[in-house]
Ligand binder design. Structure first.
Ligand code: DAT
Length: 172
């Protein structure tokens, strides 16, 4: 069977992971997996986060759930964290980045306010997810992508499509 790469899309909530991931999946026929949705469907939670009034993700449960699919290849994974996936899963990691004022508006539109909104903005300002990615994967495979405008989206899609096509040529 033809080998296909696995791609991780990470970054602060609202940077555009879902938008990019779904568009990409459609364009190149890879499978899109939203880890948040997966957890919801399978009730892959453990314990409760009092600070944010939401359950903690059952990280091992998510990894077990995805293992077979990832081994097969051709999966785009979307999640706002990236340090608990096995490093071997991913051939490339993209961390999407959005300017503060734009991100503020997107978070507000999603219904975030107060501490939750501020914490997510800080997460982006301190490039928390980028650093998490650089610590969790080989630096050569971690890339940041600007994700502010529809033009950024289009450029990101084009670039990743090209990368996937080249990867498939090199590995098949
Ligand atoms: P995430 O999956 O990272 O939480 P999303 O894909 O749901 O983010 O996008 C959040 C909002 O921002 C949504 O209303 C779509 C919009 N958006 C995403 N990428 C964008 C881009 N490149 N330009 C303009 N708007 C974008």
């Amino acid at each position: 069977m033809e080998k296909r790469p696995n791609i991780l899309l990470s970054g602060t909530p609202c940077v555009g992971k879902t938008t990019l991931g779904k568009e990409l999946a459609e364009r190149i026929g890879l499978t899109y997996v939203n880890v948040g949705e997966l957890a919801k469907e399978g009730q892959l939670y453990e314990g409760f986060d009092e600070e944010y009034s939401c359950p903690f993700l059952d990280e091992d449960g998510v990894v077990d759930e995805l293992e077979d699919k990832m081994t097969e290849g051709g999966v785009i994974v979307d999640y706002h964290g990236c340090d608990f996936f096995p490093e071997r899963w991913f051939h490339i990691v993209f961390v999407l980045r959005t300017d503060n004022s734009i991100l503020y508006d997107r978070l507000e539109k999603r219904g975030y306010s107060g501490k939750k909104l501020q914490d997510n903005l800080q997460c982006e300002i301190f490039q928390t997810i980028y650093e998490e990615a650089m610590e969790s994967y080989r630096e050569e495979i971690v890339h940041q992508l600007p994700s502010n405008t529809p033009e950024d989206l289009e450029r990101n899609v084009e670039q990743i499509v090209q990368w996937v096509e080249q990867w498939m040529k090199d590995h098949n």
